[in-house]
Design a protein around this ligand. Structure first.
Ligand SMILES: [Fe+2]
Ligand SMILES: [Fe+2]
Length: 394
């Protein structure tokens, strides 16, 4: 069976291919008929799948984390492509078949060791406070911390949700932090800003766990969340450093616990220092641009499909600016739902926001269940429609 990549799937397409099961749940429809809801993925993305018939036959034959072979056809529901699955079968994969597995698991573009060396260099070049250096060292010499930093995703599904994503996110933020600490020099304690960037998601190492290739929330994550877990981990390391100044400790912990920006997004305090505001904005900026880049991917000059997590359609501005005046593009069609499957780039040009966007937004989560949400580990107020929704940090 030839592999069909998620990024190549279009409307009304027969899709007989293999995918990684990232999520699986069973539910009962309005008519009382049970169905299976799946999140299927490969290294290029994720797509929802539904098994409407023969549920008893298929329900116990595979689990989340398995690679499965499906027979299916695509359709569009609430502006999202989904697979209607008629047959599904677990594929046994040799544990050593890393090449095969890499087809299904997305990784950061750069290697973990290369990114980690750069992160250490950025810190070496920019930290100057002896206690902050000792604290950073405590983490960077902790084998378990480094191993997790190099491999973990930065979030379960929203941003940098791939192998090495947490390191990519942390390094990217550090580089932005170095620039902004210089730009706002008179108002920023640079060492506090950089240490808080380095450690702001430390709690995610306890909040998330990757089992069988699937990222899940741990019991600690569901019950305490990464803000509380991270603050605790940092405070424990600080306690191991004799003479660590109390004011530095307060500034650092304040940045960590306020980095979601608002109480309703899970922060017990809102930012009250320059470092805390900057950490919040840098985190949000890096998460959002990664999310956008992931969503528009290799798409062409036309509008994307509707992004539920960003609550809008997106445009690949680089491709759009470079396309010719007729709007012709070689890129594949990616916006079937809104244009009846016939739109080229030119069809969208000059239009205001697509009319169906508000409608699509209004119907968010109104149809099929979404097993990735409402799992108790997400922050409150995750409507997805606010600029600084807590959803972007989880
Ligand atoms: Fe973050
Ligand atoms: Fe966070």
């Amino acid at each position: 069976m030839e592999k069909i990549l998620v990024s190549d799937i279009r409307e009304n397409q027969k899709v007989d291919s293999t995918f990684l099961v990232k999520g699986k749940s069973q539910a009962v429809g309005k008519t009382g008929k049970p169905y299976i809801y799946l999140k299927l993925s490969d290294k290029t993305g994720e797509i929802k799948g539904y098994v409407w018939d023969n549920v008893e036959k298929f329900a116990g034959s595979f689990e989340a984390g398995d690679i499965v072979k499906v027979k299916s056809k695509t359709s569009v529901f609430q502006n999202e492509l989904q697979l209607g699955i008629t047959d599904i079968e677990k594929v046994s994969l040799d544990d050593n078949d890393a090449e095969m597995l890499s087809m299904f698991l997305k990784s950061a573009r750069r290697g973990a060791n290369e990114m980690f060396s750069e992160l250490v260099s950025v810190l070496n070049e920019n930290l100057s406070d002896e206690y902050i250096i000792k604290l950073a060292d405590k983490f960077l010499k902790d084998e378990n911390y480094v191993k997790m930093l190099k491999s973990m995703p930065a979030a379960k599904s929203i941003h940098h949700a791939y192998i090495g994503g947490l390191l990519e996110h942390t390094l990217g933020m550090l580089k932005i932090g170095v620039f902004l600490a210089g730009h706002y020099g008179g108002y920023v304690v640079k060492d506090v800003l950089l240490a808080s960037i380095l450690l702001h998601d430390a709690g995610k190492m306890e909040e998330l766990c990757v089992k069988n290739n699937v990222t899940e929330y741990s019991d600690e994550g569901r019950l305490l969340g990464h803000i509380v877990l991270g603050a605790g981990a940092i405070d424990r390391k600080i306690a191991e450093i004799p003479g660590f100044p109390e004011k530095l400790r307060l500034l650092l912990l304040h940045s960590i616990i306020s980095h979601h920006g608002e109480l309703e997004y899970g922060s017990p305090k809102r930012p009250k220092t320059a470092e805390a505001f900057l950490l919040h904005y840098i985190d949000n900026m890096d998460a959002r641009i990664n999310q956008l880049a992931d969503f528009i991917g290799g798409g062409g000059a036309q509008w994307s499909q509707y992004s539920k997590s960003l609550d809008r359609y997106l445009l690949n501005s680089v491709a759009f600016a470079a396309s010719d005046d007729t709007g012709e593009t070689d890129a594949p069609h990616r916006h079937p739902a809104e244009n009846g499957g016939h739109a080229g780039a030119g069809d969208d040009r000059g239009k205001p926001e697509p009319a169906s966007e508000a409608e699509a937004a209004g119907r968010k989560n109104g149809g099929k269940p979404d097993s990735g949400k409402n799992n108790g580990a997400e922050t409150a107020g995750n409507t997805g429609s606010s600029l600084f929704s807590g959803e972007f940090f989880d």
